[in-house]
Structure formats: structure tokens, C-alpha cells
Design a protein around this ligand. Structure first.
Ligand SMILES: *Cc1c(COP(=O)(O)O)cnc(C)c1O
Length: 234
């Protein structure tokens, strides 16, 4: 038992309730533990609590933790903005990249994915709230980008990812997640996107209920599992 065990119980209870409300099976929502800004020793506690999938935002920080922890038991997901000079480390060391938002990045990841590894799982990130200066392709670009990514040999296109802006007081918290789900369903219907497009990566500590109500299959939870990042250094 450690502090993460208690936090994890509370998070799983929230996921369970949200699934029950939406008549979904709790196993239909995968929990990605966002470990950015927490060190390998803390991730070790999370592993002891039963977590296997970890999300990182910064390449070097992620690589350090990957090297420090038992590789074969874990899956590492990159969820931060991708700069094109950082793709090699992602292609060589990560299992997933959720934040592909332009074709050039996808092409580099495909070219750099080692032949000895399975294809890299990727999601296309969509700027669903249309925020200026935020990562993600525009919703109208998502289908064409997904079709192009699906054709790349060393990538496996798994779905869409988004980080909706907080909704204004009184507005429907599900609205951006609903827009994302509709885009997901339209994209999945494309014959060029194909099978295996099964992941809707949406929902964080503050909004996982709204995301699950609109079909999220993977929630990315940091604070509710690890505590506040502001008080902890690496
Ligand atoms: C930090 C981060 C999260 C986790 O956020 P919390 O509010 O701490 O749960 C999820 N997704 C992305 C892309 C992040 O950068």
C-alpha cells in the first residue's frame, strides 16, 4: 500500500460510476497514468499499485524513466507536443504517440520506427475547441490526416486524442467531448482508416466523467493519481 493505491481506488471508482451511468463496461475505459514531473521512484509505486501504462510529455524526461524501469512490463505513451527533431527518440522508445497533428511528424515517426519493433501506435490530436496556439489539427483536417497516417507502413493508427478547453460556467461540459466523438465516428467510417481505429483518448483528472459519457476509451489521469505537480520536482 502507498499513497497511490488510495488515489487509484478513488479514480477507479469515478471511472466505474461514470461507466455505470452511461451503461458502459468499466473495462471499456483504459487508464493511462500521466507521470510527467514525477520521478522513476514514484512511477515504481504506481507500478506496485498495478498500473502499467504511463504518459509522458517531455522526451528526455520520458526516456530517463523508460531506461530506469522494467521495460517489458510497461507501455509508454507520449502525449506532449511533438517537435520534428524529437521524433527519433519517440519512434525508438515509446509504444504510443497520442499527439500526432501533422503529416510530417507521422512520416518521420514511420521512417524512424525500428524494424525490430511492432508498428508504433498513434492517435491524431485534434484541436477540438479551436483554441489559437494550441496543438492539434483542425477538426476539418482530421479525416484527411487520419487517411494519410493510416497508409504509413510503420505506424498503427489507433484513434483520436484531444484536450478540450475548460467550458464556461453554465455551459455543457460534454459538448467538446461530443464533438470529438462525432468526429471519431465519422473518421472510423472511412474505408481508408480501417480496422484498429478503436481509441478515443480524452478526459483528464477534472473532466473524466464528461469524457466517458461521450465514449472516451482511454482517460489520461495525472493529478488524481500522483497528486499536484506544482509541489513536486523531478
Ligand atoms: C498533464 C496532462 C494530462 C493529465 O492532466 P491531469 O489534470 O493532471 O490529470 C493529460 N493529458 C495531457 C495531454 C497532459 O499534458
Amino acid at each position: 500500500m502507498n499513497f497511490i493505491t488510495d488515489n487509484l481506488l478513488a479514480v477507479r471508482e469515478r471511472i466505474g460510476k461514470a461507466c455505470a451511468t452511461s451503461h458502459r463496461a468499466p473495462e471499456s475505459v483504459q487508464l493511462l497514468a500521466v507521470s510527467k514531473k514525477f520521478n522513476a521512484a514514484t512511477v515504481q509505486l504506481a507500478i506496485a499499485a498495478g498500473l502499467t501504462d504511463f504518459g509522458e510529455n517531455y522526451l528526455q524526461e520520458g526516456l530517463d524513466k523508460i531506461a530506469a524501469l522494467p521495460r517489458e512490463k510497461l507501455s509508454w505513451h507520449f502525449i506532449g507536443p511533438v517537435q520534428s527533431n524529437k521524433t527519433r527518440g519517440l519512434a525508438e522508445q515509446f509504444d504510443w504517440v497520442h499527439s500526432v497533428d501533422r503529416l510530417k511528424i507521422a512520416q518521420r515517426l514511420s521512417e524512424q520506427r525500428p524494424a525490430s519493433l511492432p508498428p508504433l501506435n498513434v492517435c491524431v490530436q485534434v484541436n477540438i475547441s479551436g483554441e489559437a496556439s494550441k496543438s492539434g489539427c483542425a477538426p476539418v483536417e482530421a479525416l484527411a490526416l487520419c487517411q494519410a497516417v493510416a497508409a504509413l507502413p510503420r505506424l498503427k493508427l489507433r484513434g483520436l486524442m484531444a484536450i478540450p478547453a475548460p467550458v464556461a460556467d453554465g455551459a455543457d461540459p460534454r459538448a467538446p467531448f461530443r464533438a470529438l466523438r462525432e468526429l471519431f465516428e465519422q473518421t472510423r467510417a472511412s474505408s481508408e482508416v480501417g480496422a484498429g481505429f478503436d481509441t478515443l483518448s480524452a478526459g483528464m483528472s477534472d473532466d473524466l466523467e464528461a469524457a466517458i459519457a461521450e465514449g472516451a476509451t482511454m482517460v489520461r489521469i495525472g493529478t488524481a493519481i500522483f497528486g499536484s505537480r506544482s509541489s513536486k520536482g523531478l
